[in-house]
Design a protein around this ligand. Structure first.
Ligand SMILES: Nc1ncnc2c1ncn2[C@@H]1O[C@H](COP(=O)(O)OP(=O)(O)OP(=O)(O)O)[C@@H](O)[C@H]1O
Length: 250
């Protein structure tokens, strides 16, 4: 679904990453991790076609229209005059406000709301919903057009543990049922640990790709950050000790 080859991204003299190659197959769940400023969002923007690579190639099967996108979580103005249902509808027809709407639109929106467990608040103004509820609506918006590739940019930020589990399980179900490829940017590996096939870890202009077992080792992270780092497994969770300040939350 996604094929990135020998890609680089630079802003002036500042190189975020280079030599980056990544293929994401249908139904695969790839997590993208890295410190603040390591270039995760910039990678998402490049895949969306909003930022040009400085070098290399990037191909999305079906083009940008086959991508579903869950943007970084931010609070929505309580006065926003849209119902949750309208926000999901924008995933089908953008912001065209009723022009060129497709037949069966209402049913598709209803199904997407049902799938994320948001039918109960479909007709409430989006700005009045809780953070977790708004996030479910954003996911319904990203899924309603049945994308081949789902890009999620930190969809778990500021969600409580239960909402994190709901969101990750939803994404996992869709990729299993429909073969949607998933690229999931996250600060924390543990909430996605049960689902992840592979990891792309960005740090200080370098990166590693591989399974969680391959990337989350003391040797690999110590080499990426150039300081001694310990990766421990505690009751099925991954605990990383010794990360530099900019990555202390990863
Ligand atoms: N248009 C731009 N011009 C110059 N620098 C930019 C531009 N966009 C992003 N950057 C810089 O590129 C770096 C990577 O930004 P990006 O948002 O991709 O990081 P990130 O890994 O998503 O970080 P975070 O975890 O904080 O969201 C940052 O240092 C940022 O300041």
């Amino acid at each position: 679904m996604l094929d990135i080859s020998d890609a680089a991204l630079r802003f002036g003299r500042h190189e975020l990453w280079s030599g980056l190659s990544l293929r994401v197959e249908p139904g695969e769940f790839v997590a993208v991790l890295g410190a603040n400023g390591s270039g995760k969002t910039s990678l998402v923007r490049a895949i969306l076609g909003l930022r040009r690579l400085s070098a290399g190639t990037l191909r999305v099967t079906g083009g940008p229209r086959s991508i579903g996108y869950v943007p970084q979580q931010r609070r929505i103005d309580p006065l926003t005059p849209l119902r949750a249902r309208d926000v999901v509808g924008q995933g089908l027809d953008g912001h065209r406000w009723g022009l060129g709407r497709r037949p069966g639109r209402a049913e598709l929106i209803g199904e997407a709301l049902d799938e994320v467990g948001a039918a109960g608040f479909a007709d409430l103004p989006i700005g009045l919903l809780s953070g977790g509820e708004q996030q479910r609506v954003r996911i319904a918006q990203a899924l309603v057009a049945d994308p081949r590739l789902l890009l999620c940019d930190e969809p778990l930020l500021s969600l409580d543990l239960r909402s994190q589990q709901t969101v990750t399980a939803l994404v996992d179900r869709r990729r299993r049922q429909k073969g949607t490829a998933v690229l999931f940017v996250t600060h924390e590996i543990n909430p996605v640990l049960p689902y992840v096939d592979r990891v792309l870890y960005l740090a200080r202009g370098r990166f590693r790709t591989g399974t969680v077992e391959e990337v989350f080792t003391s040797a690999t992270l110590s080499e990426l950050y150039d300081v001694p780092i310990d990766v421990l497994r505690v009751n099925g969770r991954i605990v990383v000790a010794g990360l530099p300040a900019e990555a202390a939350h990863v």
